[in-house]
Write a protein that binds this ligand. Structure first.
Ligand code: SAM
Length: 224
């Protein structure tokens, strides 16, 4: 065996398949025993993530473009309606999927909708929000006041109430496994998951919201 053959025997050359399979995840922005955050465009991260057990998310649905209450107040650069292909991709990521604002998308028929009723919503605002789920189960509703939610505000214009995200996880009967929120915003899904002793991955394109999520997670006292 000459030197070249010997080298070939010990060190196999990288094939294009090897290159494709190399882990391509970015460095996490934050990581602890429960939570990993990527500050990135989720379209670049999702193809490289290991399978998860629940996708619980609240994608941008274009409230600015739709001209709702917020539409007249905010110039939300990120709030472009999520592309249908992206929504289709979310459905493939986990056996359980919950999409807040699901009524903005052409999703398959479902009877397992979740609803957040806002008893104190002013007449100019919608008094409930809907989440589509892929679960064949009874539709359920939680009542959570806007006043209570306002006390939690950390600087994200479309922040969801922590109680609503925790309730969503409980509704999906998660007793273990990993939860993914590819549009995590201020990290409400991650805080809810960690509070319930569950692991979660969040992806957010805006660094300032990643930073807000990290602060929330650091201030959290674990409730389990
Ligand atoms: C409706 S907000 C989520 C708010 C979140 N539920 C909370 O409680 O704070 C959607 C978030 O998705 C982020 N986003 C938009 N496009 C994204 C993309 N391609 N990848 C990752 N994040 C994205 C936006 O910056 C925004 O913070």
């Amino acid at each position: 065996m000459n030197k070249t053959d010997n080298q070939t025997a010990n060190v196999s050359p990288l094939t294009s398949i090897d290159l494709l399979c190399r882990p391509l995840l970015p460095e996490p922005f934050y990581q602890d025993d429960f939570v990993t955050i990527y500050n990135a465009d989720c379209r670049e991260v999702l193809p490289h993530l290991s399978p998860v057990d629940l996708v619980l998310t609240d994608p941008p649905y274009g409230i600015y473009a739709c001209g709702g209450t917020w539409g007249h107040k905010a110039d939300l650069q990120w709030d472009k309606k999520t592309q249908p292909e992206m929504i289709d991709e979310l459905l493939q990521l986990a056996p359980k999927v919950v999409i807040w604002g699901g009524n903005y998308y052409a999703l398959p028929p479902s009877r397992g909708w979740l609803s957040w009723f806002k008893p104190d919503a002013p007449p100019s605002m919608a008094n409930f929000e809907l989440a589509w789920t892929n679960q064949d189960r009874n539709a359920k509703q939680i009542s959570q006041s806007i006043a209570a939610t306002n006390k939690e505000r950390v600087g994200h214009p479309t922040q969801k109430p922590l109680a609503v995200m925790k309730w969503s996880i409980v509704q999906m009967q998660m007793t273990g496994g990993v939860i993914l929120d590819p549009f995590m915003g201020s990290g409400t899904t991650l805080v809810a998951a960690k509070d319930l002793g569950l692991r979660a991955i969040g992806i957010e394109i805006e660094e300032k919201y990643c930073q807000i999520a990290v602060e929330r997670l650091r201030q959290q006292t674990l409730g389990f």
